[in-house]
Design a protein around this ligand. Structure first.
Ligand SMILES: C[S@@+](CC[C@H](N)C(=O)[O-])C[C@H]1O[C@@H](n2cnc3c(N)ncnc32)[C@H](O)[C@@H]1O
Length: 280
């Protein structure tokens, strides 16, 4: 039950993410930006940085690829790009809201498997299976088992996502499989690792945007809310604060302690692109 709640809250987070991103940043991507040195770290450049991320994935598609399975397709922007380049994508999407947007963007001709990757059943086989920041949501072992099952011989897996490092200490930043565990698990399968590119430096600036947003918007709004409760009804406010003290502490620590920043991202996370080839 606990596990299910966690999965649901992640899904709600992504749904909210796309609603806010569309409105505030005029972007329809649900992944980090790839910040080149010349790009100022500013919310207005987020869409450009996210386009760089898409270009980075596209530039790593192996020659000879025709069919692609886009796992965790978000609202379909990456697959839309695949189509424009002549590839034939299909998508996997467990989120009702994101799937609805993806259908609008991709049209009726593109098959979207509406399920978690772990639950996918299909007779199709693909040249490339792509995880663009969706890998962290998928079970590690199942991701390899399913990918080997659904890849053509000689096909590839491309993963672009962040992982947890071995850094000591508590991180306010959640998400990502343990990098070490990932390497160890990958070794157990008939796969050849062709690429392992570290783009943590290019991804970390996203956390500066989040940190700025939390400091300049989140903290004052959160404080105003608590002050309002104190003034409006001091007794009820005291009870609520006592009853939910653990939750409130957790929110303060996670979001408002100033630790969700680029420096900590670079310490606790490693953002990487992996390309694997399925061996015969
Ligand atoms: C951060 S978004 C990335 C979306 C898109 N790939 C992009 O790059 O913008 C994560 C995506 O993973 C999907 N997802 C979450 N859990 C999943 C699972 N178990 N299997 C497949 N997709 C999953 C979400 O619905 C969402 O589309």
């Amino acid at each position: 039950m606990g596990k299910r709640n966690k999965a649901d809250s992640k899904e709600i987070g992504l749904d909210l993410g796309i609603i806010l991103s569309k409105y505030f940043f005029k972007t329809e991507h649900l992944h980090y930006g790839y910040w080149t040195k010349d790009l100022e770290v500013d919310p207005f450049n987020l869409a450009k940085a996210q386009d760089n991320h898409t270009n980075f994935i596209v530039s790593n598609i192996p020659d000879g690829t025709k069919t692609i399975l886009d796992v965790g397709c978000g609202i379909g922007k990456l697959s839309q790009r695949f189509i424009s380049l002549g590839y034939k994508p299909e998508c996997v999407s467990p989120s009702k809201l994101l799937t609805k947007y993806a259908r609008e963007i991709l049209g009726g001709d593109i098959l979207i498997h509406e399920c978690k990757y772990e639950d996918l059943h299909t007779d199709k086989r693909y040249d490339l299976i792509v995880f663009s920041e969706s890998y962290q949501y998928v079970d590690l072992v199942k991701s390899f088992e399913n990918s080997l099952k659904y890849l053509n011989t000689g096909g590839h897996i491309l993963i672009c996502d962040f992982f947890k490092t071995d850094a000591k200490g508590e991180s306010a930043l959640g998400g990502g499989h343990h990098l070490k565990e990932f390497y160890e698990t990958a070794k157990r399968y008939p796969l050849k690792m062709l690429k392992d590119i570290d783009i943590t430096r290019e991804a970390a600036p996203n956390l500066k945007l989040i940190d700025d947003f939390l400091t300049k918007v989140g903290v004052p709004v959160w404080q105003a809310l608590l002050d309002y409760m104190d003034k409006k009804s001091p007794f009820v406010s005291k009870i609520i604060k006592w009853k939910f003290r653990k939750k409130i502490d957790k929110i303060n620590k996670k979001y408002f302690s100033g630790t969700r920043n680029a420096e900590n991202f670079a310490i606790f996370k490693s953002y990487r692109l992996f390309l694997f080839k399925k061996e015969a």
